[in-house]
Design a protein around this ligand. Structure first.
Ligand code: ADP
Length: 385
């Protein structure tokens, strides 16, 4: 019973996190704040690493994943690999979701190439439930699902494809869908990428990339034991090395003693919170180490504050593991360790005495009865070691 309940909570949590991230993305598009990077990256590696994420899910559903990659595609191209991931991730997620038997084919084909750029067609084909002809026209609109029972049967909100369209078109691309009910669907999009002689940020083969990814050293700054355990489990699953710091001050000490590739930073913590710690790391230590904020509160106020103190990105709690993985891998470039020879004077951090516990509510509830208060506090401590 408990397992069932936990499963239900987990599913609801996962669904909510997807919804929040989708709405944030759409809000970003509406506000004209969606930006696209232009960085050299290796297309083949990028695609393989992403399809990796679906292996378990595809095996679980007894489906087959076929990858067709055109060897004529130039090795290194200039574009936004993170957004490309997001587009393909959405399309493959849908393909997996709406297919119960058969296969999912991801094909990446060179359409044309000139001196400056390469135009590539990406297609995700499934043998799933398909979409009725009458519905195909609306499928890329916000909150549109192909039938009224889609949400009940498969979940989802109808935002994924709207976002995909908003990620493809502003980059000068186009997206189309062909589908036949009960036979399957093909979503394909065309994007152009500039060619370059520059080396991609990770000049390594797929096996090496895997090793490199495995060697990512993550510093988790988080005060709540349960959240620490969750992050440990996630990062261990990814095969990353990880250290935990209970607050910003300990994080800074750890940073001075050892090099890390990325920091996952909680915001609200005793002794030194995430904003203060980031400010210190950026301004006093002059470190550019990527920092992702872990936040339960994705209001614009907090996000703006994250940005202003120099955090690179944020992720909403409870953390979606795929998103966490892609954000970490996306931000960790080639191992560029920042060595700090922080001397004792540098570590002159002011420790603020903060009051961590507020007993007002307890006093009110127990009408200040000391025995009852003691009992509640003991129980609380027992349950929250
Ligand atoms: P969501 O998946 O959250 O419902 P999307 O915007 O990703 O939202 O998709 C919108 C709708 O398009 C889905 O609800 C579904 O009806 C239809 N759809 C998308 N991809 C597929 C697919 N591969 N096969 C069948 N139907 C699909």
């Amino acid at each position: 019973k408990q397992k069932e309940y936990l499963q239900a909570i987990k599913l609801s949590g996962d669904a909510l996190i997807v919804l929040i991230n989708d709405i944030l993305d759409l809000a970003k598009v509406d506000a004209g704040k969606m930006t696209f990077e232009q960085t050299p990256f290796k297309m083949a590696l990028s695609i393989s690493a992403m399809l990796h994420l679906f292996e378990t899910k595809i095996q679980e559903k007894n489906l087959e994943l076929v990858k067709e990659y055109d060897p004529k595609i130039p090795d290194v191209l200039i574009g936004d690999p993170v957004r490309l991931h997001q587009i393909i991730l959405n399309l493959v997620s849908n393909a997996v979701k709406f297919t119960t038997k058969g296969k999912i084919t991801v094909s990446v084909r060179l359409l044309k190439e000139d001196k400056k750029k390469a135009t590539i067609e990406f297609a995700v084909t499934d043998t799933g439930i398909g979409i009725a002809e009458s519905k195909i026209g609306n499928i890329f609109e916000n909150f549109q699902q192909a039938s009224s029972n889609t949400s009940r049967l498969y979940g989802g909100t109808g935002l994924g494809l709207a976002i995909v369209k908003q990620l493809v078109e502003p980059q000068g691309g186009s997206i189309t869908v062909k589908s036949k009910i009960d036979e399957g669907s093909t979503f394909s999009f065309v994007l152009s990428f500039l060619k370059t002689d520059a080396q991609a940020e990770s000049e390594v083969g797929i096996q090496e990339l895997d090793d490199e990814i495995k060697n990512i050293k993550v510093l988790v700054v988080e005060d709540i034991a349960l959240n620490q355990l969750l992050m440990k489990t996630l990062l261990d699953d990814f095969g990353f090395e990880r250290d935990i710091a209970d607050n910003g001050k300990i994080a800074i000490e750890k940073l001075q003693a050892k090099s890390y590739d990325i920091i996952l930073m909680d915001l609200q913590m005793p002794v030194m919170n995430g904003f203060e710690a980031t400010e210190y790391i950026r301004n006093k230590m002059n470190s550019k180490i990527p920092i992702i904020a872990l936040t339960a509160d994705v209001t614009t106020v907090d996000l703006a504050k994250c940005k202003s103190v120099g955090m690179n990105d944020y992720i909403a709690k409870p953390v979606d593991e795929r998103l966490l993985y892609s954000k970490i891998v996306g931000l960790v470039k080639k191992p560029s360790f920042i060595k700090h020879n922080g001397s004792e004077e540098d570590v002159n951090i002011e420790i603020k005495k903060s009051k961590c516990i507020n007993l007002d509510y307890l006093i009110k509830r127990t009408k200040a009865n000391p025995l009852l208060m003691m009992e509640m506090i003991s129980l609380y401590l027992e349950q929250t070691p």
